[in-house]
Ligand binder design. Structure first.
Ligand code: SER
Length: 313
């Protein structure tokens, strides 16, 4: 990666990834784009262009004009929003992806796009979910993610585009809030712990999902993109997880710092059904074996850091 184009750069992953990539590869070598333009370091601290990813011509022009050799395509709707607006999700998630893959093919760029635990479905093995297993998701987001994995592998096999991807779990961060995801509770619980010392969870007790702290997710993207291609047996996409937790586990970790923290539940049937269709705990061993994936933050370490950073914020 030397000259990188990012889409969705103002989103939850994009805002922190832009800063990280600019620190590693140099500010001028990271061209951030997003459909919005806000008063953010993403816009002010390096090249930024407004881009709707369904506009194929504009995406190509920005990539060509800046001589990029890498595309990191992040712009997408998350699971709960996609369930509310399935056709919009199809058009945006798949339309944006095919435009980004085409740009990568025409300009011979390396390519990254995230997949998700949402690519799995109710018939997938729930625990130690293998890298290669049944993938029959029942959400529009999951349909998009599986299709995206297949399309990205197709661009590698058919056209030789160096496509790589990660099946991210719920990502927890303090800088930019996620929006419209099923795993968002695991971010909200920390904000509410600081504000109110209490949280009402829309995900039910005992519902396990994989999670990861944002610094580990950013490092995983860089490590995968820098990995020796001859070592990669898989490409789109690798299982990666740092922890499997239910809401009460996050609450217990918060109580180490705030003993009176209160958790109760008001379950949202739509997001609960999505969560129940996903695995409890995926197996990241292929990522570890093929390119050395490692997560540095477990639940206790992440909780201490989140509470600390949010207090300052
Ligand atoms: N965090 C995402 C969501 O909940 C999962 O990839 O939609």
């Amino acid at each position: 990666m030397k000259k990188i184009l990012l889409t969705g750069a103002l989103g939850q992953i994009g805002s922190e990834l832009t800063a990280k990539l600019r620190s590693v590869y140099g500010s001028d070598n990271v061209i951030a784009t997003d459909i919005r333009e806000t008063d953010s370091h993403v816009v002010h601290n390096g090249p930024f262009e407004k881009l709707d990813v369904t506009d194929a011509e504009k995406m190509f022009d920005i990539a060509k004009k800046n001589n990029v050799d890498t595309i990191i395509h992040l712009a997408a709707l998350l699971s709960a929003t996609a369930e509310k607006k399935p056709l919009l999700a199809w058009n945006l998630n798949m339309g944006g992806l095919v435009n980004a893959l085409e740009t990568a093919r025409e300009l011979d760029c390396q390519f990254f796009t995230p997949s998700s635990i949402g690519a799995f479905g109710p018939t997938t093995p729930k625990n130690s979910t293998p890298q290669d297993t049944i993938m029959r998701p029942t959400t529009m987001y999951g349909v998009n993610k599986v299709s995206g994995e297949l399309l990205s592998d197709y661009y590698f096999q058919k056209f030789g585009v160096d496509t790589r991807g990660l099946r991210f779990p719920g990502l927890i961060s303090y800088e930019t809030l996620p929006g419209g995801g099923t795993t968002d509770y695991a971010v909200e619980i920390y904000y509410e712990a600081i504000k109110n010392n209490a949280y009402t969870s829309y995900i039910g007790e005992g519902t396990h999902m994989d999670m990861m702290y944002m610094p580990d997710a950013l490092q995983a993207i860089i490590d995968l993109m820098e990995a020796d291609p001859s070592k990669l047996e898989h490409r789109n996409s690798f299982n990666v997880s740092a922890m499997s937790i239910a809401p009460e586990d996050a609450a217990s970790a918060i109580r180490v710092h705030q003993p009176d923290f209160k958790l109760d539940y008001d379950v949202d049937p739509v997001r609960q059904a999505i969560a129940e269709s996903w695995p409890d705990a995926i197996d990241s061993s292929a990522a570890k074996a093929e390119w050395g994936f490692k997560a540095n933050f477990d639940l206790a370490k992440m909780t201490a850091d989140m509470l600390d950073k949010l207090k300052t914020k």
